[in-house]
Design a protein around this ligand. Structure first.
Ligand SMILES: NC(=O)C1=CN([C@@H]2O[C@H](COP(=O)(O)OP(=O)(O)OC[C@H]3O[C@@H](n4cnc5c(N)ncnc54)[C@H](OP(=O)(O)O)[C@@H]3O)[C@@H](O)[C@H]2O)C=CC1
Ligand SMILES: O=C(O)[C@@H]1CCC=N1
Length: 279
């Protein structure tokens, strides 16, 4: 159970059961532990976590199980397994829910209706974090169904915000769009680094130098975006001298057949895939 004394995390009515301690589940667990959630209030269910995760769990005094806990009721059931295995994994967990439990799923696409098919009607939040959560710099979109009380919403908000800001959306369908923008978004940025490095190599730079330049440029631009009060458009304009080199490059990227139509198509594809994973 999380006590009122845990820094910013309000009390839950029972332990947090985390199903799946992979990339995202592990990142959230690490964030909870750093932000005052006592390890003793967390039960991690994962048949085969990494050695590093086993160590984290053990060091925190959290419990590790390979299957459904027996004899306890979940305060929060936090679902962080792949959407494709959820229908096989979830049904036995129905036994550890009661009227006070809030279910949180971070799985792409999986609808609340699909979760309820496996778990029965429950206070449920669909959330979509992203991998910068691993360094406490993520952003999460979240939707709560009508069964979620104000207390549960606060509790979930505090559990999610250990990895960065939380943006609540008014419609469940919005979560699929959030997934397309920020859930998958870090991959687009990493690919941008790859593209910049490859283009630099084609201009004659050593491949590893081009990669270092591209990587530090994107990391530095991200940090500037994070720290500056200016919006992205203003920051772009600050780089762009009239008649200069940046304007020449942006003439290509911002052409009618430049990046915007590519991003429109890419994000539409991501949202469509989320919708296909719904069932
Ligand atoms: N990666 C990302 O950028 C994001 C992912 N998500 C969502 O988060 C969820 C998890 O993704 P991610 O962390 O990347 O995936 P991972 O594969 O890294 O993590 C899933 C974990 O669940 C474990 N697992 C498998 N079967 C079970 C089971 N029966 N009971 C308990 N645990 C089990 C896996 O073990 P094993 O490896 O041994 O199979 C693994 O440790 C997905 O639903 C995804 O859509 C959301 C936002 C961003
Ligand atoms: O690719 C995926 O399906 C997951 C969800 C968002 C990021 N990774």
């Amino acid at each position: 159970m999380i006590s009122e004394h845990s820094s910013s995390i309000p009390a839950s009515s029972g332990p947090i059961i985390l199903i799946g301690a992979g990339n995202m589940g592990g990142a959230l667990l690490t964030g909870w532990l750093k932000n005052g959630v006592p390890g003793s209030s967390v039960v991690v269910v994962d048949p085969n976590p990494s050695e590093a995760m086993r160590q984290t769990i053990a060091d925190a005094g959290a419990s590790h199980l390979t299957g459904v806990p027996v004899g306890i009721t979940a305060g929060v059931l936090f679902v962080a397994v792949k959407p494709q295995v959820m229908d096989a994994v979830l049904p036995p967990f129905k036994a550890i829910l009661d009227a006070e439990t809030v279910v949180v799923s971070i799985a792409a696409g999986k609808t609340i209706a699909s979760l309820e098919k496996n778990l029965g009607p429950a206070a449920t939040v669909r959330a979509m974090p992203n991998t910068p959560a691993m360094v406490g710099r993520g952003v999460t979109g979240a939707f709560a169904n009508a069964r979620v009380s104000e207390r549960q919403r606060q509790l979930v908000q505090n559990l999610l915000k250990v990895s960065g800001p939380v943006e609540w959306v008014p419609e469940e369908a919005d979560i699929d769009s959030v997934t397309a923008v920020s859930g998958s978004g870090p991959a687009y940025v990493f690919y941008l680094v790859e593209c910049m490095a490859e283009a630099g190599r084609k201009l004659g730079l050593q491949a590893d130098l081009a990669m270092r330049l591209a990587r530090e440029t994107v990391a530095g631009a991200g940090e500037l975006l994070h720290q500056s009060p200016d919006d992205a458009s203003r920051l772009r304009q600050n780089v762009t001298s009239p008649g200069g080199t940046t304007a020449a490059a942006l003439g290509v990227l911002m052409a009618e057949d430049g990046m915007q139509p590519l991003f429109d198509a890419a994000l539409e594809a991501a949202r469509k895939r989320a919708q296909e994973l719904a069932g």
